[in-house]
Design a protein around this ligand. Structure first.
Ligand code: ANZ
Ligand code: ZN
Length: 892
């Protein structure tokens, strides 16, 4: 064995990376007969730099991939680039460059540091979603989806982002703002392409039950997003006005901003409503049990009845425009102050002829949900209550909470939504909530006014984007034939390179030739135009995992059978920010691909296991001017922090997610250069549970670096030559203790990896390393324990592990070495301590195997020094052995 040398990561790491690359060890074999394991981390957007969040994300996936490999699985662990999207266009505009050049340069910039991190990735399957081969296949999928009724076109109200000049999906509007630009989103009517995700609403919801290796919170978020509600859809019939106007809002105490219908000609409006909607107003309710507490009916500002009035009445128009200022997102609407407009119309209560309800237009009623109309029961719905209090509408409680007195019960300012007994409710009186709901639905059905229905909050996925850097939608628009699919043999519809961004909007739309040159209608042959919208880039990330599995090549060949074999992804790792958007779209896509006959994936689930990792955080530093300072520019001077160079005083602020804007970032590549990839990987995995945030600290990194040295030193100090696969079956005493400790540690390390508790595995690795550091023997037990340690470390610090493995004389690569097997016997504590008594006095003790036969115990007891001294010249009369308890010797 060679002399002990210093460990030099800068030399060791690239050397092993080259060995791995040359031996092509990470290539996954489609035809392997080993069980498959597909490990995947959410692929990166090529922004140009890798950051610590990437390192942590990929390091976690790498631990799993390497561990599964060692366990005998055929592992697929691929990497690629989610490379379409807005930032490339923005960068191109800012730098006068081209989105394509910017993107592919960035990919090249990022691939190298990623490779320096030594991940066990099958780079042979790499692609970028902006590769023509990839988006050509996506165009084929789009057309397949269209054929199979999963794509359609309609004019729809859209969320328009006025900064990015594009349409956003509802999911992409957060608090009324564009998810990327942060601009306040506006409403517009536009022609749009949609994916019919709602076809799968029920399946997507039910499928969540089977995802037992997904975080509970993600499943809940998806379920809420799908938003299944069972309830009643029912009709409120018009109350015939009897030639008399009903009292209008002037009778209610009005607050400042109320709109009144005093000025409109009520009879005209009523006639219009009656003519256009003779049956009355359809509402959707989940609480028909509260019908006797109804005090108004409210319709959305976008409801056809409201729109009819809008056409005839200027005051309604004012009101509706006012409502639209709030935007379209549900959250924004929920948070906005309640606004209402009393239309003057009246409807009939279904259960009591003597009751009529006023019809209001209300800003909190969404046109896109249910029927766009509700009945308001202020006592038991908070929005209704806020509305009723503002406009002086009656509040009648009908659900009595337990312990309350019907005569005195009052809801105050908080609607009561809990359980209770119905009261003030005629034939429903005395029923509980669910009985009341059933009874009311039954009654309404009997009356022919409605029926029980199921509603989903989920809307179809609008995918048209007015952008250049995305997958062109493969459609030709013909004036006579409408939208036609681009014929298969004309695919791909390629993006033109010669575009310019001189004006806002979509460069494809104003390209001199792309839209029209040589474009004819596939149906009638007349000159036609290309669709210039591109697909939402969330489509790109909805099936990339299948493209890895099917080894998509640069000619666009994709082996769907192989993709089906690899799917589902066994372990997916990524950020929880994708809990709804990406993860739901992907679950839709795999179902679509299944139902189009491309993927053989009965469950339709793309990701069997999901782990959402925490963030990497760092303290924010600011100087005296309040400017952010990079951590690498801060030095400690006594008990204060200074900025290198200017020496100005620096203040340490909050520890938050690393972000370029706050400058609290540490460049992974700098850490690799300074300490090595293993140290960076070890640190992000060791310091906190994977789902929590980890705070990046210099001292933490130094700790990780010291630990790597320690491992190397223990290996270097080894002269035993038994090799790392030895099993020290004959070990006794200290050697046996070391074996036991190693096996026990290994048991816990494996459990930690299995449960995604890498930090607990790390703690066990520390313990085993410390034990080995203290162990003096140069024997088989040492070799065995070291062999266990190195293989346990390999998924975390693969370079160090290879170097140690080689130094210990391990055969081949540690990457190919089997995962250490725990000997269950080593986990049982099978020695016991037996007290030795002579004539009732304790004289010594025995450390023996639990199952040692009595005659052996007697021999050892009699040989004990303390016992011998106590017996002295006496004669042994009797030896009493109580197994497992005590040895008593009677002598005289
Ligand atoms: C009367 C009622 C009384 C209601 C009560 C609730 C409580 P989920 O569970 O989310 O499906 N609603 C129906 N359509 C609406 C729309 N387009 N915009 C705004 N709100 C709408 O919610 C169903 C409830 O939300 C329905 O039940 C309806 O109000 C309201 F004590 O009807 B409820
Ligand atoms: Zn045509």
């Amino acid at each position: 064995m060679s002399e002990s040398t210093k460990y030099n990561a800068a030399e060791v790491e690239p050397r092993w990376q080259q060995v791995w690359a040359e031996a092509d060890i990470y290539r996954a074999e489609d035809s392997s007969d080993k069980p498959k394991f597909y490990a995947l981390e959410m692929f990166p957007y090529p922004s140009g730099r890798i950051h610590m969040g990437h390192v942590r994300n990929y390091a976690m996936g790498d631990v799993v991939a390497r561990y599964k490999k060692a366990q005998g699985f055929e592992v697929l662990h691929p990497m690629g680039w989610d490379s379409f999207g807005m930032p490339a266009e923005n960068a191109a505009i800012a730098t006068d460059g081209h989105p394509k050049d910017w993107t592919y340069n960035n990919i090249d910039e990022m691939r190298a540091p990623m490779q320096r991190l030594g991940f066990a990735l099958d780079w042979s399957r790499e692609f970028a979603t902006s590769d023509v081969a990839y988006y050509k296949t996506q165009q084929q999928i789009f057309l397949k989806f269209w054929e199979n009724d999963l794509v359609y076109r309609k004019t729809a109200k859209v969320n328009w982002d006025p900064v990015d000049n594009t349409v956003l999906a509802n999911e992409q509007v957060i608090d009324g703002k564009g998810w990327r630009s942060g601009a306040t989103v506006e409403q517009r009517d536009m022609d749009q392409w949609f994916f019919k995700i709602t076809n799968y609403a029920e399946e997507l919801l039910e499928g969540l039950d089977g995802l037992d290796r997904w975080p509970e919170k993600v499943r809940t978020m998806q379920a809420n997003w799908i938003g299944k509600s069972e309830g009643l859809q029912m009709r409120f019939e018009w109350a015939v006005p009897n030639g008399e106007k009903r009292p209008l809002v002037e009778n209610y105490p009005l607050s400042g901003d109320v709109y009144t219908s005093l000025e409109l000609d009520w009879h005209d409006d009523f006639t219009t409503a009656l003519n256009n909607h003779p049956d009355g107003i359809e509402v959707f309710t989940t609480r028909p049990d509260t019908l006797f507490g109804a005090s108004f009916v409210a319709i959305s500002p976008d409801h056809p009845i409201a729109k009819n009035m809008f056409e005839t009445t200027a005051r309604v128009e004012d009101f509706i425009l006012e409502c639209q200022k709030i935007g379209t997102s549900e959250e924004a609407i929920a948070q906005a102050p309640k606004l209402g407009f009393d239309t003057g119309l009246l409807v009939q209560h279904p259960f009591d002829e003597s009751i009529t309800l006023p019809v209001w237009i209300a800003n909190f009623v969404l046109m896109g949900y249910g029927t766009g109309a509700v009945f308001g029961c202020p006592a038991h719905d908070q929005r209704d209550l806020d509305f009723a209090r503002k406009y002086g509408l009656p509040v009648t409680p009908v659900v009595l909470p337990e312990g309350e007195d019907a005569a005195t019960y009052d809801v105050g300012t908080e609607a009561y939504t809990g359980e209770g007994k119905l009261f003030n409710s005629s034939f429903l009186n005395g029923l509980n909530k669910s009985k009341g709901i059933k009874t009311a639905i039954h009654k309404i059905s009997e009356m022919g006014l409605g029926e029980g229905v199921t509603q989903y909050r989920l809307r179809d996925w609008g995918v048209s984007r007015q952008r250049y850097w995305g997958c062109p939608i493969p459609v030709i628009k013909c004036e006579s034939c409408g939208s036609q699919p681009v014929p298969e043999d004309q695919l791909p519809v390629e993006l033109p390179y010669d575009i310019n961004f001189d004006k806002p909007g979509n460069p494809l739309d104003r390209h001199p030739t792309w839209k029209t040159e040589g474009v004819t209608c596939p149906k009638c042959g007349e000159a036609a135009e290309r669709e210039t919208d591109t697909l939402d880039t969330f489509a790109d990330s909805s099936w990339y995992f299948a493209a890895f599995g099917g080894s998509l090549d640069q000619d666009g060949n994709l082996d769907w059978e192989a993709a089906s074999k690899w799917l589902p992804v066994d372990q997916y790792v990524g950020g929880v920010e994708h809990a709804v958007l990406h993860l739901l779209y992907a679950r839709f896509f795999t179902r679509g691909l299944r139902d189009c006959g491309l993927l053989d994936l009965p469950s339709g689930e793309p990701f069997a296991g999901l782990f959402t990792q925490g963030m990497v955080t760092h303290a924010v530093y600011t100087d005296e001017d309040g400017d952010y300072v990079l951590p690498e520019d801060v030095i400690e001077d006594g008990n204060q922090l200074l900025r290198i160079g200017t020496k100005s005083i620096v203040t340490k602020g909050d520890v938050i997610k690393m972000s370029k804007s706050k400058k609290n970032v540490v460049d992974p590549d700098e850490i690799i250069k300074g300490y090595g990839a293993d140290v960076a990987r070890w640190f992000v995995l060791s310091d906190s549970p994977p789902e929590r945030d980890v705070e990046w600290t210099e001292s933490g990194v130094i700790g990780a670096w010291r630990f790597s040295k320690k491992v190397w030193n223990v290996v270097s100090a080894t002269t035993a030559t038994d090799g790392p696969l030895s099993v020290a079956t004959d070990a006794k005493g200290d050697a046996l203790e070391l074996r036991k400790l190693a096996h026990r540690a290994m048991e816990n390390i494996t459990a930690g990896i299995e449960a995604f508790r890498f930090n607990t595995s790390v703690a066990q690795i520390y313990e085993l390393t410390n034990a080995l550091n203290k162990y003096k023997g140069q024997d088989a037990a040492r070799s065995e324990a070291l062999g266990i340690l190195i293989r346990a470390i390999a998924p975390f610090m693969p370079h160090l592990a290879e170097e140690c493995w080689a130094k210990l004389g391990g055969e081949g690569l540690v990457y190919h070495a089997p995962w250490p097997e725990v000997d269950p016997k080593m986990l049982i504590d099978d020695t016991i301590t037996l007290p030795l008594q002579v004539n009732g006095k304790r004289r010594g003790e025995l450390n023996i195997a639990k199952d040692l036969p009595k005659d052996e115990i007697e021999k050892l007891a009699m040989a004990d020094e303390g016992v011998q001294r106590a017996i002295g010249d006496g004669t042994v009369r009797k030896v009493i052995i109580v197994p497992g308890r005590i040895v008593n010797i009677v002598a005289s």
